[in-house]
Design a binder for this molecule. Structure first.
Ligand SMILES: NC(=O)c1ccc[n+]([C@@H]2O[C@H](COP(=O)([O-])OP(=O)(O)OC[C@H]3O[C@@H](n4cnc5c(N)ncnc54)[C@H](O)[C@@H]3O)[C@@H](O)[C@H]2O)c1
Length: 305
């Protein structure tokens, strides 16, 4: 196609897609049925992972729950069964270890079957200034928050591609879209998770595997305990999210096969602005939104032992 024709085609489709987006804003989008689908959730032993497991359990999915924390994972299993879910399989898997992921993935394929929906949710945070963060924790943050996504996709994506049916869900963070003072290694891991998920989604499109969907989730702070002590300057503009609300929104995005979910909505404005304003103005707005002090009182999840 020559330059003129291709440009004309793009202009016409641009107008069409804008009108389609406006139209879809007003009509409810069909949600997919996940009954009978095999859903694997990493980090299912608490917080968002547990709440997502319960959402899928109540919709009749077969659950595969991974966590390093046996006690938490078994509690999620118990709660899912209470909701009537008959098919729940728990596995201890340390997502910071590639060989552990491959070993447990093989076990899942043998014992349960091919995974249809893969939710990379396990995550950790050091919460220290970068200079004070022990090297081992920096490495672990990258391994759990990002590299684990490589290995789980390597393990489960081939079957999704073969059947042209599947869904990759990446639980990243708003810290995967913008740098945050006091979260350098965490931000690096979450930016990487976003870049990986977005690129892999494009790879599926380019290969014609349109049945393999991608959802990338970028929430602000959620009150699961992971970021206990962190504060927000203007709760009305940028509220700390309730975990039940966040899990429901994530579930909704998965069922609607939405590619990006950013929460709360005000962050869409922040991210749109950051590429439009000067660096100085960006810092001023960042300071206004409290970005320099989010982590000042970080305590994180207090370990029981
Ligand atoms: N809580 C927030 O404010 C917030 C905000 C944005 C994004 N997120 C992201 O959401 C996801 C879920 O976070 P959450 O708030 O539910 O935290 P959480 O601490 O409640 O849950 C994380 C789970 O991951 C598990 N886990 C940790 N290391 C693991 C490993 N090596 N292998 C396997 N499992 C491991 C933990 O045992 C835990 O069950 C994380 O990826 C987190 O980065 C959280």
């Amino acid at each position: 196609m020559n330059f003129f024709l291709e440009t004309l085609k793009v202009l016409v489709l641009t107008v069409y897609y804008i009108l389609e987006a406006i139209f879809l804003w007003f009509i409810p989008i069909r949600k997919k049925n996940v009954a009978g689908e095999i859903v694997l959730i990493t980090g299912a032993g608490s917080g968002i992972g547990r709440l997502l497991a319960l959402e899928f359990a109540s919709r009749g999915a077969t659950l595969v729950l991974w966590d390093v924390n046996r006690e938490g994972n078994e509690e999620t299993c118990r709660l899912a069964k209470e909701l009537g879910s008959a098919r729940v399989h728990t596995y201890i898997c340390d997502c910071s270890k590639r060989q552990d992921i491959y070993k447990v993935a093989d076990q899942v394929k043998r014992e349960v079957g091919d995974v249809n929906i893969l939710i990379n949710n396990a995550g950790i945070v050091t919460g220290k200034k970068f200079i004070d963060s022990p090297d081992s924790l920096v490495e672990k943050t990258i391994e759990v928050n990002c590299m684990a996504h490589f290995w789980t996709c390597k393990a489960f994506l081939p079957a999704m591609m073969a059947s042209n049916h599947g869904h990759l869900v990446s639980i990243s963070s708003s810290a995967g879209l913008i740098g945050v003072n006091g979260l350098a290694d965490y931000c690096a891991s979450k930016f990487a998770a976003v870049g990986f998920a977005e690129s892999l989604g494009l790879e599926m499109l380019a290969l014609g595997k349109t049945g393999v969907k991608t959802t990338i989730v970028c929430p602000y702070f959620i009150n699961t305990g992971m970021f206990d002590g962190c504060t927000t300057k203007w709760p009305n503009l940028l509220p700390i999210l309730e975990s039940d609300y966040a899990a429901r929104k994530i579930m909704d995005a998965i069922l609607k096969e939405q590619v990006f979910l950013v929460m709360p909505r005000s962050l869409y404005f922040v991210f749109a602005m950051r590429n439009l304003v000067s660096v100085k103005l960006g810092f001023l707005l960042g300071d206004y939104f409290g970005a320099f002090h989010f982590m000042d009182h970080f305590k994180g999840r207090v370990k029981k032992d």
